[in-house]
Design a protein around this ligand. Structure first.
Ligand code: PEP
Length: 260
């Protein structure tokens, strides 16, 4: 079994639809220039418009580049969509299933699955986001919702591809609200995610897969969240737009792993 200490912590910054291209490149330069501890993987997910010029800024820095979404076909009459084939080979990660895609744009579990499956065929690394709404939590449905989202997303995915997958548990009620899940709440669901991966794949896959927490992570609460045994880092929205704050969150991931 792989101990938590052997999973490399990952901190990903989801910029959502924020910054102009020059502003984004400036933030990326600040990240690259700032202090970053060894032993933490850092990913930046800017808007699609920023990806290509940002590749150059990040090259050689060790900071990985990711897209906030991707389509499930390689090419064709899909106006406005972005193909995984077009990202493959230079963009490291894609995010699929973010709650804003699911809830604002009506994306279904099945569509999340199709995006995941297609992205993996193009050698992209994929962060799969899952999480319950406040209503679902209050109805006691958190685990059922997260299990369903995982089961559908990973249907038919080869276990060998799981080394390119990361799961992000993001309770919808904690995203962009300033209302963070308590470390205990976050740990409870991240542990359940790991058990589900064990059932879907194997104990080895479950132990090796990184599970992130997302939802109002800041430099003030990151250390406590990341110290939980099944939380291997964070998917950070608002706080990732402030490079110094984001770098403090990255530092917290290194410290938490050393001391846990
Ligand atoms: C997110 O966008 O994935 C997120 C967690 O946002 P925030 O950190 O702002 O809650």
């Amino acid at each position: 079994m792989m101990a938590a200490a052997q999973r490399i912590p990952l901190v990903a910054g989801n910029w959502k639809m924020n910054t102009t291209v020059p502003e984004g490149l400036d933030k990326a330069r600040q990240l690259v220039a700032g202090p970053r501890p060894d032993g933490v993987e850092v990913v930046v997910l800017p808007p699609f418009s920023h990806l290509w010029p940002m590749r150059e800024v990040l090259d050689g820095s060790g900071v990985a580049l990711g897209a906030q979404d991707v389509f499930w076909e390689d090419a064709g009459a899909f106006t406005g969509e972005v193909s995984p084939l077009a990202l493959s080979g230079w963009c490291d990660y894609v995010l699929v299933g973010h709650s804003e895609r699911r809830h604002l744009f009506g994306e279904t579990d099945e569509q999340v699955h199709r995006k995941l499956a297609r992205a993996l065929t193009h050698d992209l690394r994929v962060i799969v986001a899952v999480g319950e709404t406040l209503d679902e939590r209050e109805q006691g449905e958190t685990m059922a919702v997260v299990h369903r989202q995982l089961d559908v997303a990973f249907t038919g995915i080869d276990a060998a591809a799981l080394d390119r997958c990361v799961v992000a548990y993001e309770p919808v009620w904690a995203i962009g609200t300033g209302r963070t899940a308590s470390p205990e709440q976050a740990q409870e669901v991240c542990a359940a995610v790991r058990r589900r991966l064990e059932r879907l794949f194997s104990p080895q896959v479950a132990e090796a897969t990184r599970i992130l927490y997302g939802g109002s992570v800041t430099s003030g609460n990151a250390a406590e969240l990341f110290a939980q045994p099944d939380i291997d880092g964070g998917l950070v929205g608002g706080a990732s737009l402030k490079p110094p704050e984001f770098l403090q969150i990255v530092a917290a991931a290194a410290t938490a792993r050393v001391s846990s």
